[in-house]
Design a protein around this ligand. Structure first.
Ligand SMILES: Nc1ncnc2c1ncn2[C@@H]1O[C@H](COP(=O)(O)OP(=O)(O)OP(=O)(O)O)[C@@H](O)[C@H]1O
Length: 320
């Protein structure tokens, strides 16, 4: 869906922000660009919607070179979410969300109806929030309006620059979960910039790690990035905790669950569902101070996971 080939950007002052970048994003895929401050992540994103023109290379969306045609029209067809949201302060929430459909020539009544649906979709009841102004919302709520506005034109592609960066960690976690749920429903092609490796491995189908000077070091699914960093630079960036981080990106595999021998199921306490993460399983084990946790598949009890089982599951997850 998005294809970058040999893309570089050198700003007029001589700063090379991005160097010879090749990157592919499949349709419906969520790719996170992650790396230290100043490594060229935002520049890469802005080249995709032509807020910044590349110095060299080509960028295609759905087979069309983005440099053909009008950049303003291009941007209207791509959702863009930024950290400071960029809502119009003197316009009501509903009007903010209606902006792009109106620019695209939709009728006012259609745009209003669509904006109401989108506010509901991002968890803001229009009856309560539509007529408020941005300063009458919390940071997390404003961020949701930003997402609703970016979705308003139903763009196939969403570009998100630190979309959850401006809120506290608890709200951020909630917004991430909501966004993942939304994305499972909508299946947009998303490129999301973050400096937070935990956010990247939580949200990304694939994670692209950048280094200073806009060099792409590794682009991989989270489990492989954490399990097999290609070099010391990536290993240093993903951190010494990468083993722990793998727990959160690895789902419980029902084929690796052990049968329950001689232990009454009733003595197991809390159970986890197949498909939950190994981190969820370990968290319950430690919380309840037990050496195992029961695993269920709907109403069916499928067995138990032990610490050794978790270790085995982590190893197996890298074989695929
Ligand atoms: N308009 C500009 N003119 C000159 N240099 C710029 C311009 N915009 C960005 N840069 C430089 O390009 C490099 C990459 O910047 P960019 O904003 O893409 O990084 P980033 O990875 O998104 O950083 P951060 O995580 O801090 O937002 C930096 O060295 C930055 O100073």
């Amino acid at each position: 869906m998005i294809r970058l080939r040999g893309v570089s950007k050198t700003y007029p002052d001589g700063t090379t922000a991005v160097r010879e970048l090749d990157l592919d994003v499949e349709r419906g895929e969520l790719v996170c660009l992650v790396g230290p401050s100043g490594c060229g992540k935002s520049t890469t994103l802005k080249m995709i919607n032509r807020l910044v023109e590349p110095t060299t290379g080509t960028i295609e969306i759905d087979g069309h070179d983005v440099t053909d045609g009008d950049p303003v029209a291009l941007r209207r067809g791509i959702g863009y979410v930024i950290q400071q949201v960029g809502l119009f302060p003197h316009q009501k929430i509903i009007t903010n969300v209606m902006t792009v459909p109106l620019l695209l020539g939709e009728s006012k009544s259609f745009a209003r109806e669509r904006a109401g649906e989108l506010l509901t979709l991002v968890g803001l009841d229009p009856a309560r929030y539509a007529d408020r102004y941005p300063h009458q919302l919390s940071g997390g709520q404003r961020q949701r309006v930003g997402v609703a506005r970016a979705l308003a034109a139903n763009p196939p592609v969403l570009l998100m620059d630190e979309p959850f960066g401006a809120v506290d960690p608890i709200v951020r976690g909630r917004l991430q979960d909501e966004f993942l749920r939304l994305q499972r429903e909508l299946g947009k092609t998303v490129v999301l910039v973050t400096h937070d490796i935990d956010e990247a491995v939580k949200l990304g189908d694939r994670v692209a790690v950048f280094a200073d000077g806009g060099r792409l070091l590794q682009s991989d699914v989270p489990a492989r990035l954490l399990g097999f960093p290609v070099d010391d630079e990536v290993a240093a960036f993903v951190g010494a905790e990468r083993g722990l981080r793998r727990l959160s990106v690895t789902a419980i595999d029902p084929s690796l669950v052990e049968p329950l021998d001689g232990v009454p199921a009733s003595s197991l306490g809390a159970t986890v569902e197949v498909g939950a993460s190994l981190e969820d399983a370990l968290a319950l084990m430690l919380r309840d101070d037990r050496g195992m946790v029961g695993v269920t598949d709907g109403a069916k009890f499928v067995g138990v996971l032990t610490p050794a089982g978790i270790h085995r599951a982590l190893r197996e997850s890298l074989r695929a």
